[in-house]
Ligand binder design. Structure first.
Ligand SMILES: [Ca+2]
Length: 174
């Protein structure tokens, strides 16, 4: 025999159970709708991708860039000079080399002598690579009395160049 309380609990349980079932069904429906949306998005994406082609827009100019265009538009692009496939441009190196020269050198010379051999350290570096580096007069040269300017020049493959200089002064020792 059911007591009043037991009946009440059973009713409570029934409502709670049916609402759980309802919630579950709703969740299932929502998941189905979401899955359908995801598949539709993927299908559209794949379809759109198949319909596009990569071109190089305005090759050989400043505005050169790789673009993805719709296949039907390809003919028109090729007609105005674009090419199919990615652009093959290489970025231009605009950074000049860095040249490091020593501070000015002053060297004494024995009375009666007219010149002295001077060695110095000078170097160059570049973001891409130094292809030529030289100093005039070179290290190990014979410097005469007085002041001589040593000029060092470095260049990279993009023909950026940097020049740095320092003085070598030869004085007669007292
Ligand atoms: Ca450079």
């Amino acid at each position: 025999m059911l007591t009043h309380n037991t009946k009440k609990n059973n009713i409570k349980f029934f409502y709670s159970y049916s609402s759980q079932v309802g919630e579950l069904q709703m969740k299932r429906k929502m998941i189905s709708v979401l899955l359908a949306l995801v598949m539709l998005t993927l299908a559209t994406g794949v379809f759109a991708q198949q319909e596009k082609v990569t071109i190089c827009h305005k090759p050989g100019t400043e505005a050169e860039e790789t673009l993805s265009v719709a296949t039907p538009a390809l003919k028109a692009h090729l007609a105005h000079g674009d090419s199919e496939g990615e652009c093959s441009f290489t970025e231009t190196d605009t950074e000049p080399p860095t040249v490091t020269v020593p501070a000015d050198i002053t060297q004494g010379i024995t009375a009666g002598e007219t010149n002295v051999i001077i060695y110095y350290d000078a170097s160059a570096s570049d973001n891409v690579g130094v292809i030529s580096f030289s100093c005039t007069p070179p290290s190990g040269s014979s410097f005469p009395l007085g002041t001589t300017s040593v000029i060092c020049t470095a260049s990279d493959a993009a023909l950026n160049s940097t020049t740095a200089s320092f003085n070598v002064t030869i004085v007669e020792s007292s």
